[in-house]
Design a protein around this ligand. Structure first.
Ligand SMILES: [Zn+2]
Length: 358
């Protein structure tokens, strides 16, 4: 991939403020149009609209069951206006989304455009969603569980900074309890929060691979001299591959029943933890190519962040790794240009040497 091509395309993409939390849906649509316009005309295209979310699939064969899937999201978190003008300093691009994860889109397109010209090439699909930063419920979730976009391997450059291979990543479960009672509704929720806090607070105090809990929202009451009749407690759990969202839900349910059987409990956004088997043939092949191109060993680590890859966790296929970048969600978001070109080289080698096992 030419550096000039990469910079040009990324500049254009960064310029569109695809801020999903601000419901900039027109902009998301525009970004997908732009990406579509880069694609070779021989490629298959499919635009999906699911609720407020739009998805773009581009590929050189069976779009839903390709050999290789490549998952990206074009939505970004909010930022100051000037961050949508990409700049370059000391071999790094700065701007909103350069690292999370617009950098990956010109790379994916360039690889696909090359495959489009080759009849016997492996089949690859680039899937681009527009709602990852708000949970991916209508994007990634819909692709994996409703329309069954299931490739043999799924490359997700949304984690694993500086070529770290992410072999496991925590799952996510949110719970909300909303009682409606004749007595003070805040009291039982405070008891639950402090009971669960006693179990999980120590895990949240320092980075580790245990289940953590964040007391996210405790809401209720109108004034100091009124009995609060409705209250909500929202908890956010992050858990390793040894646990499941349902197991945690049961734990919360049991804790609540002891305190007040009238509490209602609901599972909010959720996702299973990711675990990728590094002995899997495709993973081994990917790691070998990455090592050869980089000329160094690849670190294999767990990561605490969650991405849309979690919707494919049950298939054990995500390959999570990205070039050197940082400052995501901050006003100093950056990506190293050289390492993007290296990432392209790794991916391109991996894709071109792919031999379908079906
Ligand atoms: Zn991301």
């Amino acid at each position: 991939m030419e550096r000039k091509y990469f910079k040009e395309k990324l500049t254009e993409l960064v310029a569109i403020p695809t801020i999903r939390e601000k419901e900039m849906l027109k902009e998301s649509s525009e970004a997908l149009d732009l990406i579509e316009s880069w694609a070779d005309s021989a490629l298959s295209k499919r635009r999906i609209k699911n609720g407020k979310t739009e998805i773009l699939l581009l590929g050189n064969g069976n779009l839903l069951n390709p050999d290789i899937g490549y998952l990206a999201h074009v939505d970004v978190v909010d930022a100051d206006k000037e961050m949508f003008k990409m700049t370059e300093t000391d071999g790094k691009f700065y701007g909103r989304g350069v690292s999370d994860m617009k950098f990956s889109i010109p790379i994916g397109i360039e690889i696909l455009n090359k495959l489009a010209k080759d009849k016997g090439a492996p089949v690859m699909t680039l899937a681009i969603t527009t709602d990852e930063e708000v949970g991916g419920g209508d994007g990634g979730n819909y692709l994996a569980n409703e329309i069954k976009f299931i490739p043999e391997v799924l490359i997700v450059p949304d984690g694993g900074d500086d070529f770290v291979f992410v072999n496991k990543s925590k799952g996510k479960a949110t719970h909300a309890s909303t009682p409606w009672l004749g007595k003070n509704a805040l009291t039982p929720l405070i008891k639950i929060a402090s009971g669960l806090g006693a179990i999980y607070d120590q895990n949240s105090a320092s980075p580790n691979w245990e289940t953590t809990m964040n007391l996210g929202v405790l809401q209720g009451g109108k004034s100091t001299n009124q009995v609060c009749d409705e209250a909500t407690l929202k908890l956010d759990f992050r858990f390793p591959e040894t646990r499941s969202a349902n197991e945690i839900l049961e734990e919360v349910r049991k804790a609540s029943e002891k305190i007040d059987p009238n509490l209602s409990i609901k599972l909010g956004a959720q996702g299973d933890p990711i675990y990728t088997d590094i002995k899997n043939l495709e993973v081994t092949r990917f790691l070998k190519i990455a090592r050869d191109v980089l000329g160094r060993n690849i670190k294999i680590e767990g990561e605490n962040g969650a991405s849309d890859a979690r919707y494919w966790a049950k298939y054990n296929i995500p390959i999570i790794m990205k070039p050197n970048g940082g400052g995501i969600h901050s006003d100093k978001e950056w990506i190293d240009v050289e390492s993007c070109l290296t990432y392209y080289e790794i991916l391109s080698k991996y894709v071109n040497e792919f031999t379908s096992i079906i």
